[in-house]
Design a binder for this molecule. Structure first.
Ligand code: ATP
Length: 577
């Protein structure tokens, strides 16, 4: 396939407002691609060159791209900049200037390889090199291709193609329906690499996909926790449980392969360099290969205290890493082991895995075992929850002692109990920003009035609205929202967003915020949980508690299913039987 053909598809994908259409178009594109090109193509449609967990970004800055466009189309840079001012999109600028563009039929795989060359260029003279290589590429393609190449280079190709959409499209392309999605998703949960799955599927079919194994160096999708309202409900549902403190830090998955260690976040980012003390501590462990799962948290030895989430989060930084590591050292509480010396441990009962954790990290002062107690008593569980809260922890996570590790699953093998027990809604929810309304009065200064926010409908891979948000943010945070939103603006409702309301500006779903509310109410205005004539759900008195920053992808937001279950729990509390 040529890059020009791919670009035609990118145009079609960009203009659709329907998720079904997105899947169909993508399936058509897949059906036309060969096993050799399907891997690079899969990364490119998500605006990337490699899977999410590989830290290679093409990320050329605007200035460099302007210079490259100027060079490619023999136009003075200030004219390019002027055109950019008028059109607001450097992709359009490149398309306009290359109006008599070349007809060269560069294959997708070649364009991908050349973009890789640009991405990895480093050291002296690399800026020049990146500019020239990119200019040469722009010169060789047609206008539509130039537009998309520029967006990819800037990291701004936003077609709203989430991972589940890709999995559905792969299934459709081969089978004509979604029936292979579970097989593909199972593999995705084990290897987190859509390109690898696509290539394996094309060359070896379903059985080859099934054979993709947990591997050191590729993150496994994290097991997640369900909610229950109180200790009674937990013991009633789970019986005997292992209870652990819930640390309010950042989830980390540590992979050790000999002396090579990588640390991944829950949304597959690479924290190896940023969380260097964890990397060093893992290097010092005796076992040759390991995958450990845990929570990193800033801990003050002087105060003997865990520090608040914001301080741990401040360690996610590109600059001043060493100083930050000295000032706010991290420890990681390890609560699971998924792989050891060539053996996949995810099928073992939790108790056995935990015993292994103790042995593997014994002696480390940075990787610490998460303590557990086992109980089937409501009193003991209640006391443990309160003890943990009084020590400044978030609450507890209870786990079934006999459960296996289910990659990517949120189920009752793990249940979290947190400190907010007074309000009607006893936990915060994570919402995705889907749009905003222009503000009036003081808010107008920041360019944003109220925000339209939604939850994730995992079953249909869509985002459904649940509330407008207007309180809880400082002036600085409103400004920050506006800045981030500016980059996410799209001119029509994104294909995966379902909404009855129409905000002034639609946003590509990306920013996740943590929200507290008084209760969940039925509402005909929102689409979360809406089925036929049945109303959806809305939040009463919502307020933003924090930005989730980089640790959550939109698909990690609270789901419609969770909201429905919280609504049921809330109703049961109001009408005790
Ligand atoms: P929250 O926002 O409540 O932390 P979440 O949506 O980030 O929840 P959940 O799966 O709902 O994630 O809750 C589990 C999270 O709690 C894990 O992802 C992990 O980051 C954190 N955590 C802290 N301590 C533990 C523990 N002992 N066992 C498992 N997870 C823990």
């Amino acid at each position: 396939m040529t890059f020009a053909e791919l670009s035609g598809y990118l145009d079609r994908l960009e203009s659709t407002s329907s998720r079904n259409e997105l899947v169909k178009t993508l399936a058509e594109l897949y059906a036309r691609s060969s096993a050799d090109e399907i891997q690079p193509l899969t990364y490119l449609i998500q605006g990337r060159l490699v899977p999410f967990f590989e830290p290679i970004e093409i990320g050329l800055g605007e200035k460099l791209v302007i210079a490259a466009i100027a060079q490619a189309f023999a136009t003075p840079p200030d004219e390019v900049a002027k055109l950019f001012g008028r059109l607001g999109d450097l992709g359009q600028v490149a398309a306009t200037l290359s109006a008599h563009g070349s007809n060269s039929r560069l294959p997708v795989a070649e364009v991908h390889a050349r973009l890789m060359e640009i991405a990895v260029a480093s050291g002296a003279g690399s800026v020049e090199k990146k500019r020239s290589l990119f200019a040469a590429l722009l010169k060789q393609v047609d206008p539509v291709s130039a537009k998309h190449l520029v967006r990819i280079a800037l990291g701004r190709l936003r077609l709203g193609i989430g991972d589940p959409t890709v999995l559905d499209a792969l299934s459709f392309a081969k089978k004509g329906d979604k029936s292979l999605r579970p097989v593909l998703e199972g593999a995705y949960n084990r290897v987190s690499d859509l390109g690898l799955i696509a290539k394996t599927f094309w060359s070896g079919g379903e059985s080859a996909v099934n054979a993709l194994k947990v591997t050191v160096g590729r993150p496994i999708r994290s097991q997640l926790a369900e909610r229950l309202p109180n200790p009674e409900a937990v013991i009633k549902r789970l019986g005997l449980v292992a209870v652990q403190p819930k640390y309010d830090g950042i989830r980390v998955q540590i992979h050790k392969n000999g002396s090579e260690v990588r640390v991944f976040s829950r949304n597959l980012e690479d924290y190896t360099l940023m969380f260097s003390e964890l990397t060093a501590a893992a290097q010092a462990l005796k076992d040759e290969t390991l995958i450990l799962d845990g929570e990193a948290i800033a801990y003050s030895k002087e105060l003997e205290e865990y520090l608040p989430f914001q301080l741990t989060a401040s360690r996610r930084r590109q600059h001043g890493i060493e100083q930050a590591a000295r000032e706010l050292p991290l420890v990681a509480f390890i609560f699971d082991i998924l792989y050891r010396n060539g053996r996949d441990l995810t099928e073992l009962p939790y108790e056995e895995r935990l015993a292994m954790v103790d042995a593997v990290i014994a002696g480390s002062t940075v990787l610490l075992p998460a303590p557990i107690i086992k109980t089937d008593s409501v009193e003991v569980l209640t006391k443990t929850l309160l003890d943990n809260i009084s020590q400044g922890l978030e609450g507890v996570v209870v786990k079934r002692p006999d459960s296996k590790y289910q990659a990517g699953a949120r189920n009752f093998n793990w249940v979290k109990l947190k400190r907010h027990t007074s309000g009607e809604l006893n936990d915060t929810v994570d919402l995705v920003l889907l749009g905003y309304y222009f503000g009036k009065g003081k808010r107008a200064e920041f360019g944003v009035g109220a925000l339209l926010a939604g939850v994730y409908d995992a079953e249909h891979d869509r985002f459904a609205t649940i509330t407008k948000l207007g309180t809880g943010l400082s002036d600085a945070e409103w400004r920050q929202i506006h800045e981030r939103a500016d980059r996410l603006q799209v001119d029509h409702r994104p294909a995966r967003v379902e909404s009855i309301l129409t905000p002034d500006v639609w946003l590509e779903p990306e920013v996740v915020v943590e929200v507290m509310a008084d209760e969940i109410t039925p509402s005909p205005r929102h689409t979360a949980g809406k089925a036929g004539d049945e109303p959806g759900f809305a939040l009463r008195f919502p307020r933003v508690v924090s930005f989730r920053g980089a640790d959550k992808r939109p698909e990690d937001a609270t789901t419609v299913k969770e909201i429905a279950s919280l609504f049921r729990q809330q109703r049961e509390r109001k009408t005790p039987s």
